[in-house]
Design a protein around this ligand. Structure first.
Ligand code: IDP
Ligand code: MG
Length: 139
């Protein structure tokens, strides 16, 4: 069943570049409400667990190292059609292919250090939100 929740992280490159504020401002301006938010660092083991779905991909080791390299901001967002609308707001995984005006086009440094995460389905949004926050409803 569709939900109105998605999950994002402001990734270590964007935190390091002092872009938490500008990115949250874009998210709010696009109509998303912040339902939960946490500033924290992931261990390699935690980052590896979060991205376990990618463990056979060639970039998995690089991704785990990067996501455990510094603090990030984990955020649960609410909006009608949240998952799809948030993917539109952030743009393509590779910032060189991201549309003008998207968060990744504006703030990403590379395909790995691409500023933000966005859930790819309602099911994964719930799983990812529950990874960081307890007490949220499952779909
Ligand atoms: P998404 O974040 O746009 O959903 P995914 O394919 O789910 O993209 O990949 C998860 C994350 O892994 C990306 O956001 C990015 O940080 C990293 N990543 C994806 N493809 C590559 C790559 O080819 N090289 C290095 N890192 C990558
Ligand atoms: Mg993905």
């Amino acid at each position: 069943m569709a939900t109105n929740i998605t999950f994002t992280m402001i990734k270590p490159d964007a935190v390091e570049a002092n872009n938490i504020g500008p990115i949250l401002a874009m998210i709010n301006k696009a109509g998303f409400k912040i339902k939960a938010m946490k500033y924290l660092s992931l261990s390699k083991e935690q980052a590896g667990n979060f991205y376990a779905v990618h463990k056979e991909r060639p970039f998995y080791g690089e991704l785990v190292d990067y996501m455990s390299s510094g603090p990030l901001v984990a955020v649960v967002l609410e909006k009608n059609n949240a998952v799809a609308d948030f993917r539109t707001l952030i743009g393509a995984t590779d910032p060189s292919k991201a549309a003008d005006g998207t968060i990744r086009k504006l703030f990403a440094k590379s395909i790995a250090a691409n500023a933000v995460h966005g859930s790819d389905s309602d099911e994964n949004a719930a799983i990812e939100a529950n990874f960081f926050f307890s007490g949220l409803e499952r779909p």
